[in-house]
Design a protein around this ligand. Structure first.
Ligand code: DC
Length: 221
């Protein structure tokens, strides 16, 4: 069973996908974390986001894999668990640029497809329904308005005691959307057979319920 969830940054994909997977007993695969681990590697190598040749050469040397600890996905970069290091703004911005590179994508898509072949999955990302798992039984395109997504991110950071600026966050989200949706390879778009779920005015449980009923409709389960 494959449930593919795509959508822009801050739409709530990981929260929702994690809940759905937990309830159904499937594994949850956060593909964004893999692109983030790759971005961290590139930053550590001192490669500039616009250095395409540097990105392509370095990405060969990054060995990225996934393991699970207490049901939580852990991303391993060259033997090191980097889960705690990949959620910074610097990594977000690098990932949004380096994920447009065909070599980076090729490498990580193979890993994602292998994981999906090994178990029932809920997988989230940008190109899961369109490219990684085109045969997925259920495809969801999860979105929310830019303003709502920025406010969620702002609340998250403020709750962690970080100082941030709502307008800046909204600007960064809009820039990432622009890059993710307009790149040449595997841009973020709704798959033809995906169901659109706009979470702007929905709570988490409401979204999970809506998707569970889409899954039931599609699979008869
Ligand atoms: O979902 P996220 O914010 O953790 O993703 C980080 C970056 O990785 C995002 O800018 C887009 C990219 N990404 C991608 O290109 N394809 C995916 N399947 C998942 C993420």
């Amino acid at each position: 069973m494959q449930v593919a969830i795509d959508g822009p940054a801050g739409a709530g994909k990981s929260t929702i996908a994690k809940k759905l997977a937990g309830e159904a007993g499937y594994i949850y695969v956060d593909t964004g974390a893999m692109y983030r681990a790759m971005a961290l590697y590139l930053i550590r190598c001192g490669i500039a986001p616009d250095d395409r040749a540097g990105i392509e050469e370095a990405c060969e040397k990054a060995d990225i894999s996934i393991k699970y600890a207490d049901g939580e996905q852990q991303v391993i970069l060259n033997g090191e668990n980097v889960n705690g290091l990949i959620r910074t703004q610097e990594v977000s911005n690098m990932a949004s640029v380096s994920s447009a590179d065909p070599k980076v994508r090729e490498k990580l898509v193979v890993l994602q497809q292998k994981l999906a072949a090994s178990a029932d999955v809920v997988m989230d990302g940008r190109d899961i329904g369109t490219k990684v798992l085109p045969e997925a039984e259920v495809k969801i395109y999860l979105t929310a308005s830019t303003g709502v997504r920025a406010k969620r991110r702002y609340d998250e950071m403020t709750a962690k005691g970080e100082t941030c600026n709502l307008e800046e966050i909204e600007k960064e989200i809009a820039e990432r959307d622009e890059r993710d949706m307009n790149r040449e390879i595997s841009p973020l778009k709704q798959a033809e057979d995906a169901v659109l779920v706009d979470t702007s005015y929905m709570g988490i449980d409401e979204v999970v319920e809506a998707i569970n009923s889409i899954i039931a409709d599609k699979t008869g389960k």
